[in-house]
Design a protein around this ligand. Structure first.
Ligand SMILES: Cc1cc2nc3c(=O)[nH]c(=O)nc-3n(C[C@H](O)[C@H](O)[C@H](O)COP(=O)(O)OP(=O)(O)OC[C@H]3O[C@@H](n4cnc5c(N)ncnc54)[C@H](O)[C@@H]3O)c2cc1C
Length: 385
């Protein structure tokens, strides 16, 4: 395994795009809660958002590791991929389980940036992490599904043309396992909005364009079903390792950004007649976070290597997400303390990045759920739920 900065040409090209969108761009969007349309368009045009779409469908057909490097670079440059990262991994469900006709219809359009598949509706207000308990129901009537229910935290729904929607198609009491009877629908939001589907933004502490989706007697064509009815939970789980590895890339990028900022500031800021970085109380948290980040990156690269080799990687993908999110947070804390009062001033971007970086410990899966997975599925400890 090459342990240096791999894909140097991708890192350089993505950094060049990011340089066109410097800190004031992100700060302004953050203040307004606005979507980074120009940035997403530039990234779509460059083809990097279609990194994982196979060449025969118009994409770049790159390995997952290359896609993780793209996201890492975006975050290392001080930008955020949250507005568009789902275009990379949400598409995987369609690619792996969609029919030939669905793939032919959607993937080339997504690859060309003409169609946005950014929204992914799994979480519901009452079921939370216990996904099989979700209540959104789809009933088959003739050549249509009639959908009723509610989703929460459906990010980017107002900036997407399509949404993958996880619904229950067989009542849980008729299923032998809780995870059965769920199905995935590919909903065309352009047709659905105002016709039984209503999207309302949620005011959050980060600029994430996340929403609540209310669904009432929405009619969806029967042909929108992805794969086999009742297998939806498995399809969603299938995509989760890729998602965890990609988001680990973002967390590493944030961590690197914090370390670089903290190191530079600690070297130049003079208090008591010497650089603050000369004090071990300032140095050590930065050094510790750096070591954590280096170790976490090794796990993320192992997970990606296994994924790209087509090997099982559930434990590694989960551990990568756990370790990178914690290392990035440690780097954020070290950076925040190093900047003292200035960390609170918006013009330094520390507080914005620090807020954004906290999300990795909560979504798409919380730290506790990863620990439960490792304890129960890797170590064989008794199940807690
Ligand atoms: C900004 C943002 C964007 C998001 N985007 C999307 C999206 O695009 N699509 C989507 O479907 N979802 C999205 N989510 C939802 C996200 O995946 C969930 O918030 C996350 O999975 C946790 O679910 P919850 O918030 O319902 O927490 P809950 O399930 O209510 O859990 C609350 C706390 O209790 C802990 N907990 C619960 N049960 C246990 C247990 N058995 N053992 C130990 N600890 C436990 C959890 O770890 C957590 O810390 C997003 C969330 C946020 C905040």
């Amino acid at each position: 395994m090459d342990l240096d900065a791999d894909y140097p040409e991708i890192r350089e090209a993505v950094a060049r795009i990011c340089a066109e969108f410097p800190s004031p761009y992100w700060r302004e969007l953050d203040a307004e809660g606005a979507y980074p349309t120009a940035f997403v368009q530039a990234l779509s045009k460059s083809g990097y958002l279609a990194a994982l779409i196979p060449e025969e469908h118009g994409g770049a057909g790159l390995p997952l590791r290359a896609a993780a490097v793209i996201l890492e670079t975006i975050h290392r440059c001080g930008a955020s991929a949250a507005a568009c990262h789902a275009q990379m991994y949400t598409m995987g469900t369609l690619l792996r389980h969609g029919s030939a006709e669905q793939k032919e219809r959607y993937l080339p359009e997504i690859a060309a940036g003409r169609l946005r598949l950014q929204a992914f509706g799994v979480t519901e207000p009452t079921s939370g992490s216990d996904t099989p308990m979700l209540k959104t129901r789809a009933e088959r009537r003739g050549d249509k599904w009639i959908v009723n229910g509610q989703k929460i935290w459906t990010s980017r729904a107002l900036h997407s043309d399509l949404m993958l929607l996880l619904v229950r198609t067989t009542p849980i009491e008729e299923c032998s396992k809780r995870s059965q009877g769920l199905s995935v629908l590919l909903v065309d939001l352009r047709e659905a909005r105002g016709q039984g589907l209503d999207i309302r933004p949620i005011d959050t502490m980060i600029n994430h364009n996340t929403t609540e989706v209310f669904i009432s007697d929405l009619e969806v064509p029967a042909a929108s079903l992805i794969g086999t009815e009742g297998q939806g939970f498995r399809y969603i789980l299938d995509g989760m390792n890729a998602e965890r590895i990609l988001l680990s890339g973002e967390a590493i990028g944030d961590g690197r950004w914090f370390i670089e900022r903290a190191t530079a500031y600690a070297s130049e800021r003079q208090v008591f007649g010497r650089p603050i970085g000369q004090n071990q109380g300032v140095q050590f948290p930065i050094a510790r976070a750096y070591a954590q980040l280096e170790a976490a990156e090794l796990m993320a690269r192992k997970a990606a290597a296994l994924f790209d080799a087509g090997l099982p990687c559930g434990p590694e993908a989960n551990m990568a997400k756990l370790l990178t999110s914690e290392a990035a947070w440690a780097a954020g804390e070290a950076c925040f303390s190093t900047f003292g009062g200035f960390a609170f001033a918006r013009e330094y971007d520390i507080e914005r990045k620090w807020r954004e970086c906290r999300l990795f410990q909560t979504a798409p899966i919380s730290t506790n759920m990863i620990l439960a997975f490792i304890a129960q599925n890797v170590l064989g400890l008794p199940r807690s739920y």
